[in-house]
Design a protein around this ligand. Structure first.
Ligand code: ADP
Length: 374
């Protein structure tokens, strides 16, 4: 059992720099929790407070049921893996991995066994005699992971471990890390600014912005039900389209009406969404609505079945990606990005009919930017 509990955790650096405020979370045994958010939002500071590398100004931190605010890093039974690997250049891979155990006076036979076991897991058995200088970036990061694994810590803390690797290697290392997490059955807490890493590896994701937690949820829930505009636009590529609209009620159906001048466009909201009291409150007023690029459809069947959600659009630009294309359109002078099956040919400058899947539309309060639909 190893859990980590943060109760009202906060940190202000000297000079009144607020780094983290009121962070509350119970991280359960074997979870893979990802802290994600733009640079400077407080992710690393949170991780470093859990590691004991940074003093906690406010709140209480528990590992299992033990309050650890004042416990030094070496006594917290955690292992941290950094972006820059931090390997000893004069030692072999084996010695690097064994170092932590050696200084803890672990018996030699056990050191050998643990290092070999970790090396096998990471598929670096053939590199044990090499020095870090003779390794690629990806191999070095595996050694850094191995060094943490051999200690069998209660919790792994990883601070942007893949950000020094090239894109292809990052993708394959994501699989390595996910597998490792399953094999080890240990709690992982992982910091990244990359939302793809968060979506693909996390069992739960914490989205942070300007020192505050915005939302904590499993990846799919975060994607489907973002709590505010920031989370909605931060998670998902290409980014969710956001536009301003007026909410209109004809007594039976609620519509979003958007666009400039005379040439406005109306799309009908499904009953379950449009007739909600929380949504109807905005009738006659202006809201922000969001739709993901994959939720704008060009398939003739979909369009035929959804006439009240079908719009006239101008194709501005088509970016062919292979199986899919990014298509940038304008509807009543408002720009939207769509992801369309490349089999449906679209040409720059032409007019096309597209249908908005309003089941997947998100509505936000214009002032607070909080969701009113999720
Ligand atoms: P992230 O990991 O999300 O990029 P950090 O936790 O590193 O963010 O930083 C959060 C805020 O705290 C930022 O404004 C950063 O400039 C500030 N900060 C981080 N470390 C220090 C430090 N040692 N001294 C002063 N300010 C710091």
């Amino acid at each position: 059992m190893s859990s980590v509990t943060l109760k009202g955790i906060g940190k202000t650096y000297s000079g009144n720099i607020l780094a983290v405020k009121d962070f509350n979370m119970e991280i359960g045994d074997k979870e893979f929790v990802i802290l994600v958010g733009p640079s400077g939002c407080g992710k690393s500071t949170t991780l470093r407070m859990i590691a004991g590398l940074e003093a906690i100004n406010e709140g209480e931190l528990y590992i299992d049921d033990k309050l650890v605010n004042e416990v030094p890093p070496k006594d917290r039974d955690i292992a941290m893996v950094f972006q820059n690997y931090a390997l000893y250049p004069h030692m072999t891979v084996f010695e690097n991995m064994a170092f932590g155990l050696k200084i803890r006076k672990t018996p030699r036979a056990e050191i050998n066994e643990r290092v070999l076991e970790a090396a096998k897991m990471l598929e670096i058995e053939n590199l044990l005699k090499r020095k870090p200088g003779a390794l690629s970036g990806g191999q070095r990061q595996r050694v850094a992971l191995g060094r943490a694994i051999v200690r069998k810590p209660k919790v792994f803390l990883l601070d942007e471990p893949l950000s020094n690797l090239d894109a292809k290697l990052r993708t394959s290392m994501r699989t390595v890390l996910s597998k490792l997490h399953m094999q080890l059955g240990t709690t992982f807490i992982y910091v990244t600014h990359d939302q793809t890493e968060a979506m693909t590896m996390g069992t739960r994701i914490v989205v942070m912005k300007d020192a505050f937690v915005q939302q904590i949820a499993p990846p799919q829930e975060l994607f489907d039900k973002p709590c505010n505009l920031f989370v909605a636009t931060f998670m998902g590529t290409p980014q969710m389209n956001i536009a301003e609209a007026e909410l209109i009620d004809d007594g039976k159906v609620t519509y979003l009406e958007f666009g400039g001048g005379e040439n406005k466009t109306r799309i009908a909201l499904p009953e379950a969404k449009g007739r909600k009291p929380e949504v109807l409150k905005y009738v006659g007023g202006r809201v922000l609505f969001g739709i993901r690029p994959n939720d704008i459809h060009a398939e003739p069947d979909f369009i035929a079945q959804h006439p009240e959600q079908t719009v006239e659009s101008d194709v501005d630009f088509v970016e062919l990606l292979g199986a899919e294309s990014n298509v940038f359109i304008k509807v009543s002078e408002i720009e939207f990005a769509c992801v369309i099956d490349s089999k449906i040919r679209m040409i720059n400058g032409e007019k096309v009919k597209l249908a908005f899947d309003t089941e997947a539309v998100h509505i936000f309060d214009k002032e607070t930017e909080e969701t009113v639909t999720n």
